[in-house]
Ligand binder design. Structure first.
Ligand code: HEM
Ligand SMILES: *[C@@H]1O[C@H](CO)[C@@H](O)[C@H](O)[C@H]1NC(C)=O
Length: 324
């Protein structure tokens, strides 16, 4: 006993262990072929559930894209947003950015059930979220990309990390830039990813101040939105309006055209085109859909790389809502 522990403690041995750890962590990278052998039907299985959910309700594609963003921005892309509250932690579902807002959990459950049928115990919920986001974008007419896989699922979730990590719609441009920088995403990534607001809906409570109190907004657009978002605050808080006034169920570059016309729905949206450093990127995406598509795809891949659990960290959950 004493001799074996003194053996482990030798400097050579410690160096070897350190080397092993380094090699271990650098080989534990995400890869597009991670499940090629262990779950060859993964891609087709996820796609078919996503397509059927979107055919029932187009908005679901937007909701699934947003789940990926809200997962990745809180302790990395680790499926933490999917965990229900327990006695040992308060999860992310009821954090401010998610409460009465994040949706699509039932679709993720349906995908998980279908995936468990074809390859039980193999695919993480975090990878399902990443794949469902890509399939949603493609289904709504946006770009395609190869999703990097091999993430594992967290054993915990954090409401406070969700409250602090996900930028609110009251954010200034500099707040947005620094929130994204904090997770390793550039200003260009931030502007490209914001183009996801070409699909989906927002609640009155999140755009009321912008339409009633701000001047960097088209007057008739503000008037239209006031029609279903009354004063005083508290009334009609959950009434919905499309983030893209033109084509809310098509993934295109109209979001950027709207910003140029001061028809951004959220205060944070219009911050991207308000006389500041990102105006030129907005102009470029508004006139060049293929640049937007390729920058968006690249940024989604980059967002998917935010501190994943790999190797033997975390677990492969059996049920996306609960730890094993
Ligand atoms: C740049 C900072 C961002 C802010 C401040 C922001 C804020 C918001 C807000 C307030 C809503 C409406 C929620 C509600 O009213 O219930 C929303 C919806 C949405 N967001 Fe963002 N967002 C940001 C970036 C992103 C990114 C990076 C993505 C994805 C790549 C994204 C995807 C979406 C989608 C698709 C919806 C519509 C969801 C649905 O209809 O269910 N957002 N966002
Ligand atoms: C508009 O601004 C005023 C003054 O700051 C504030 O009292 C009021 O609540 C704001 N209205 C909305 C709809 O945000």
């Amino acid at each position: 006993m004493a001799s074996s522990s003194s053996f482990i403690a030798t400097p050579t041995m410690s160096l070897l262990l350190l080397l092993l750890l380094l090699v271990g962590s650098s080989s534990a990278q995400l890869s597009t072929t991670f499940y090629s052998n262990s779950c060859p039907k993964l891609a087709s299985t996820v796609k078919s559930v996503v397509q059927s959910a979107i055919s029932k309700e187009k908005r679901m594609g937007a909701s699934l894209v947003r789940l990926f963003f809200h997962d990745c921005f809180v302790n990395g892309c680790d499926g933490s947003i999917l965990l229900d509250d327990t006695s040992s932690f308060t999860g992310e579902k009821n954090a401010n950015p998610n409460r009465n807002s994040a949706r699509g959990f039932d679709v993720i459950d349906n995908i998980k059930t279908a995936v468990e049928k074809v390859c039980p115990g193999v695919v993480s919920c975090a990878d399902i979220v990443a794949t469902a986001a890509r399939d949603s974008v493609v289904t709504l007419g946006g770009p395609n990309w190869n999703v990097k896989l091999g993430r594992r699922d967290s054993k915990t979730a954090s409401q406070s990390a969700a409250n602090n990590g996900i930028p609110p719609p009251t954010s200034s441009l500099s707040n947005l830039i620094s929130k994204f920088q904090g997770v390793g995403l550039s200003t260009k990534d931030m502007v490209a990813l914001s183009g996801a607001h070409t699909i989906g809906q927002a609640r009155c409570t999140n755009f009321r101040a912008h339409i009633y109190n701000e001047t960097n907004i088209d007057t008739s657009f503000a008037q239209t939105r006031k029609g279903n978002c009354p004063l005083p605050s508290g009334s009609g808080d959950n009434n919905l309006a499309p983030l893209d006034i033109q084509t809310p169920t098509s993934f295109d570059n109209n979001y950027f055209k709207n910003l140029i016309n001061t028809k951004g729905l959220l205060h944070s949206d219009q911050q991207l085109f308000n006389g500041g450093s990102t105006d030129s990127l907005v102009r470029s995406y508004s006139s060049n859909p293929s640049t937007f598509n390729s920058d968006f795809s690249a940024a989604m891949i980059k967002m998917g790389d935010i501190s994943p659990l790999t190797g033997s960290s975390g677990e492969i959950r059996k049920n996306c809502r609960k730890t094993n």
